[in-house]
Design a protein around this ligand. Sequence first.
Ligand code: EPZ
Length: 416
Amino acid sequence: MDKLVIRGNGPLHGKICISGAKNAALPILMACIMPNGPIELTNVPKLADINTSCKLLNILGCETTFENGTVRIECGQRNHEAPYDLVRTMRASVLCLGPLLATLGEAKVALPGGCAIGARPVDLHLKGLEALGATFELTEGYIEGRCDGLKGAHITFDFPSVGATEHILMAASLAEGESILENCAREPEVTDLANFLNACGAKISGMGTSILTVQGVPELKGCKYKVMADRIEAGTYMVAAAITDGELFLEDCPFHEMDAVAYKLREMGVWIHEKPTGVLVRRGTELVGVDVNTRPHPGYPTDMQAQITALMCLAKGASTVEENIFENRFMHVMEMVRMGADIRIKGRTAMIRGVDRLMGAPVMASDLRASASLVLAGLAAKGTTEVRRIYHLDRGYENIEQKLNGAGADIRREKQ
Ligand code: EPZ
């Protein structure tokens, strides 16, 4: 296993190009099971999860190549079974269930396990697919689904789940008749998936709202599509600029999708200025503590919770972070405490008191965004920080050490 060795090297200065969004590319890749004809996806980030998705598509009968940020896919005779050893490494693969049912009428997909941040059930996914006419059995850890063609339905999600919304949106695109989906997730990545599906000939309306309407079509066709930029990667580098008291220009930053993050960072004293081709970010005045509650979009995103927590460690005064989406998303906190942070957890809330300095230390990554927050803390810390188990990081950040070192960081990747 690799580790990152980070030497606190003062303020970052320079330009960082924002890559395509992992959380848009993953559902779009699963949707690529459905169209007939060649598909070309551009601005796809070079990440472990993308490679896993391409492997899965090949196993499912969709010939897939991935080079220089472009994925090319053409589906032949589809295979209905997604193997456990792939699904267990990437939860998002469960999203192939709906597209397989929509195209083959049957699917056998390993039930994804939980992960470090929570149980991650898929009950809302299955309930939605059942409403469209599918039936399921759970045998030996696999979900086996069948349907005699999917039929449109009126579905209201118990919770605005991103994955469940994306899953049902894909399946409903090829269902017979109209589907009305209520209490949908409004994350920009859901809209990106809907735009991709419409580019393939689907008839989806209501994007960006909590009510999506789908007129089912008999077939989807291949298309060319550019994946949106990654707002979470961009937010992570905004914090990198502020936590090191530097200045970064984030090229291709999807700033219009980042209102809640921009609002909170500005409230802390971070200076953010939108330019025609990107966003300029630096620490403006002295950083001050704020309160953050993670919520479904357009609220403050849970995927930026660990990162702002790192910044709060060095802000003047007290901050609180309430994690309302996942049940166990404070794994980074005790690692930051080992670096000298003053954080206490009470239930769903972390209470942070700013300190003058963080000190480098060996720390353990537990999940993707926790890993990123430890890198941020290491950039600002005095001395050397070793972040271990960085395979988590490679799932979601394309070339992170190259991008940061290009702006003046001192990060080395070493074998554990
Ligand atoms: C997506 O996960 C993202 N992953 C997550 O990003 C992100 O944190 C999350 O949305 C929330 O924004 C991808 O897009 C690949 P949810 P997802 O369904 O779809 C519960 C990252 O770091 N729930 O909105 O799994 C669930 O347990 C990752 O990039 C059910 O109870 O999120 C959680 O508490 C981490 N039943 C809450 O809803 C279900 O059937 C939110 O989950 C589905 C979800």
